[in-house]
Structures are given as structure tokens and as C-alpha cells.
Design a protein. Structure first.
Length: 168
């Protein structure tokens, strides 16, 4: 996999997320089903909060000797295993309040666009030093984009499961 392929995968995933969220009314987005745990809107808010980590791409970085893609397969293997349940860090747990569709979509689009714009200007092989996930250590810029991609794909799967249970 190269940068262009991974960025295309990121764009495909994020555009699918936006399409799914846009296809529902605000009431459908906020409808709770007995099996879902979160509503579709809460999943969207969770992703919106998690995309804040993208700011690390513009932080302190350094050159590395390892492949900038080294951790991607492990990230994908974990996040795309839909048989395991994960617990979110408290910082990215969504609100229990009603979520405004327009605000959610605007914020998601803005964060997604920022990553797209940023990725065209910067060396994605650099190691990000401002934040790391303890179990994995620091990621390169391209690994962070890969993380966001796999995380988004995981939640697209969840959103599709919730939508199946919503009476549309």
C-alpha cells in the first residue's frame, strides 16, 4: 500500500460515512434501537470527537528508520475485526443528548477536509510525537490516517447494523 492508495481508502470511508449520515432524518439519526447501544448520531459524534486526534499530524514530528506503514496491518486487523467489542476512551464517548444533524455533518466535513488538504502538503512518513496510543506507541502521519480510516470503517459497519433496525 502507498500513500495515494491509503488516502483514497480514507476518502472512500469518510464519504460513505457522510452519505450514510446524510441519508437519515435527524429523528432517525437519534433513534435508539434495543440492540444498538449508541444511536447513529452518537456514532457520528464519537467519530467527530475521535477525529480531533488528526491535529497530531500538524504537531512535532521526526524522521524514522522503520517503514512508515509498519503498524497499519495491526491497526486494520484490530479495528476491522467486528467480532470483538471495544471500549472507547471517555474523551470520545458521545453525549446522551439529542444531536443536531447539520452541526454534526458540518463538523465532520470540516475535519475530513482538513486531513485531505493537510495530506497533500506534508511528508506523511514522519513520526508524530505529540500523542500516542499506549498499546502501540507513536504512529507516523500515514499510520494515523490509516487508524482514522479503519476506525471509520468499523463504525460504518456499526451504523449499517443500526440502520437495519430503524424503522424507516
Amino acid at each position: 500500500m502507498n500513500d495515494k492508495e491509503l488516502l483514497n481508502e480514507y476518502n472512500t470511508a469518510t464519504m460513505e460515512l457522510l452519505r450514510l449520515l446524510s441519508s437519515l432524518t435527524e429523528e432517525q439519526l437519534n433513534k435508539r434501537t434495543k440492540d444498538s447501544g449508541w444511536t447513529v448520531a452518537q456514532v457520528g459524534e464519537h467519530l467527530n470527537k475521535s477525529y480531533e486526534v488528526s491535529g497530531v499530524l500538524n504537531g512535532k514530528v521526526k524522521d524514522i528508520k522503520r517503514s512508515p506503514y509498519e503498524k497499519l496491518s495491526e491497526i486494520q486487523h484490530l479495528f476491522l475485526n467486528f467480532d470483538i467489542k471495544m471500549n472507547s476512551p471517555k474523551e470520545i464517548i458521545p453525549t446522551e443528548e439529542f444531536i443536531n444533524k447539520e452541526i454534526l455533518l458540518t463538523e465532520l466535513k470540516s475535519k475530513i477536509q482538513w486531513v485531505n488538504d493537510f495530506s497533500k502538503k506534508m511528508d506523511l512518513s514522519k513520526l508524530c510525537l505529540d500523542f500516542e496510543i499506549p498499546e502501540y506507541g507513536p504512529f507516523t502521519r500515514i499510520e494515523w490516517i490509516g487508524f482514522n480510516t479503519a476506525h471509520t470503517q468499523r463504525h460504518i459497519y456499526q451504523v449499517k447494523q443500526i440502520i437495519r433496525n430503524i424503522k424507516i
